[in-house]
Design a protein. Structure first.
Length: 254
């Protein structure tokens, strides 16, 4: 199946499987083309449920009670995510399909930084591999990625904690996907950032540990041009970059 959105260039990997139980669709959060693509995919896939990284459990409860996504009712403006208008096409495409919370409360994310992902996640930590340290090469790569994502402004001693937070959020998303499959059947779509969508150590890797029988496909959406390291996905979609302020400027102020 090929999904097309104006001004989006699509690059596919070879040998893709057919129908999937779970489809993970990544994004750069503030790129509107990525959300238009997600909306088109949701319409074509007709999922049984959609899990959102951006939705917390209490917000999902409000959405279910109202039967729609009201940004004011769920406090979107204070959530830290980009403007709701960017996500409106995705929620419109979801329609009456159940929305499942995949978000991790910031209090728990902060605890994962200090106490470790397994301690915060709870009894099922082993199911998602949180009870074991990462392979040293993966740990080093993840710490380097966290350093780059934070403009090399973090003290080196903070980087292991940031990786634990990332592992925790991956596991929360994987657990939400499995709960959606159990409650609603398949296929389930996960809307999330590219970091969680990658196939080598994101949600897909944890689903492979926790529910090896699931057929999962992960789709990364990046901003062009396509580079070799942009391929830790089953499919890669490329859209033009958006104009944005320098994210590192905040670290150089004052």
């Amino acid at each position: 199946m090929r999904f097309l959105v104006p001004a989006v260039v699509i690059a596919f990997s070879a040998g893709l499987a057919g129908a999937q139980d779970v489809v993970i669709i990544g994004e750069v959060h503030d790129n509107p083309a990525h959300h238009l693509t997600q909306a088109e995919m949701i319409r074509d896939l007709s999922p049984s449920a959609v899990v959102f990284e951006m939705i917390l459990p209490e917000q999902a409860t409000i959405i279910a009670q109202m039967g729609r996504v009201d940004p004011e009712a769920i406090g979107w403006a204070d959530s830290g995510w980009p403007a709701f208008d960017l996500y409106q096409p995705v929620f419109d495409a979801v329609g009456a399909v159940p929305i499942v919370a995949g978000g991790a409360p910031q209090t728990e994310v902060r605890r994962a930084i200090s106490d470790g992902a397994a301690a915060v996640f709870g009894p099922d930590a082993a199911r998602f591999g949180l009870d074991h340290p990462l392979d040293p090469a993966e740990q080093a790569a993840r710490e380097a990625g966290q350093a780059e994502a934070h403009c090399d402004a973090l003290p080196p001693e903070m980087l292991p904690g940031m990786v634990e937070a990332q592992r925790f959020r991956d596991a929360v998303l994987a657990r939400a996907v499995l709960e959606a499959v159990e409650a609603h059947g398949t296929p389930v779509v996960l809307i999330t950032g590219n970091g969680h969508a990658r196939a080598d150590w994101g949600v897909l890797a944890l689903l492979a540990l926790a529910a090896a029988g699931l057929e999962v496909e992960t789709i990364g959406q990046i901003e062009g041009p396509l580079a070799e390291d942009d391929r830790p996905f089953d499919r890669v979609l490329v859209a033009p970059p958006v104009d944005r302020d320098d994210p590192c400027a905040v670290f150089s102020q004052g």
